[in-house]
Design a protein around this ligand. Structure first.
Ligand code: AMP
Length: 186
């Protein structure tokens, strides 16, 4: 019997397969019942990491955004690389209590727990176009909070990208009508 494994994503099957080749499933982390998608092997492979960043830039187009916002902590890795590749700046969306100056703050439910995200009040110039990135889209709570923070701080969301989306958790539907770009959808 032949088993065909469907590999899909918004930048096509090749980009999806590239991400899939560097994801390690970790059962019961950080809590029993959670299948954690570990993308560290993707980050540590220079060739694959560069291709993945290039795919994201190609999808959005380097002229479609002015700055990149990354969600703590794995989103920082992706955001910084996109920012450097395109000559843009990077803005960290951080967990509560980490930013030193006045912040906007949004609390939300996670697939495993609860959290608060913050961004500096003066993080963006008015109307600045912001590409928001994270590693994994699960329930969408984190993404919604990050997008709301960007807008509260005066930015305009130019796009939202994740390396990988867990489609069974319906995060994409929760973010509608905003569009989601996921390199790999499982
Ligand atoms: P959510 O708010 O449910 O969409 O969760 C997304 C955030 O939690 C992202 O910042 C992910 O890094 C992390 N996350 C949630 N679920 C997982 C998972 N199964 N594997 C890896 N990271 C996850």
């Amino acid at each position: 019997m032949t088993e065909t494994q469907e590999v899909r994503g918004d930048s096509g099957p090749e980009a999806a397969a590239l991400v899939a080749s560097r994801v390690v499933d970790v059962p019961d982390f950080p809590k029993p019942g959670i299948l954690f998608k570990d993308l560290m092997p993707l980050f540590s492979d220079g060739e694959v990491f560069r291709q993945v960043i290039d795919e994201i830039v190609a999808y959005h187009g380097p002229d479609s955004f002015d700055v990149v916002a990354g969600v703590e902590a794995r989103g920082f890795v992706v955001a910084a690389a996109i920012a450097y590749a395109t000559g843009k700046g990077v803005v960290p969306v951080r967990k509560a209590g980490k930013l030193p100056r006045r912040t906007h703050s949004v609390s939300y439910a996670l697939e495993y727990g609860e959290a608060t995200l913050e961004v500096h009040e003066d993080a963006f110039a008015a109307g600045e176009r912001v590409l928001v990135v994270d590693d994994v889209l699960a329930t969408g709570g984190t993404a919604l909070a990050a997008l709301e923070l960007v807008e509260r701080a005066g930015g305009a969301v130019a796009g939202f990208t994740v390396l990988m989306e867990l489609s069974f958790l319906d995060g994409r539907a929760r973010l509608a009508p905003r569009t989601v770009h996921a390199l790999l959808t499982v």
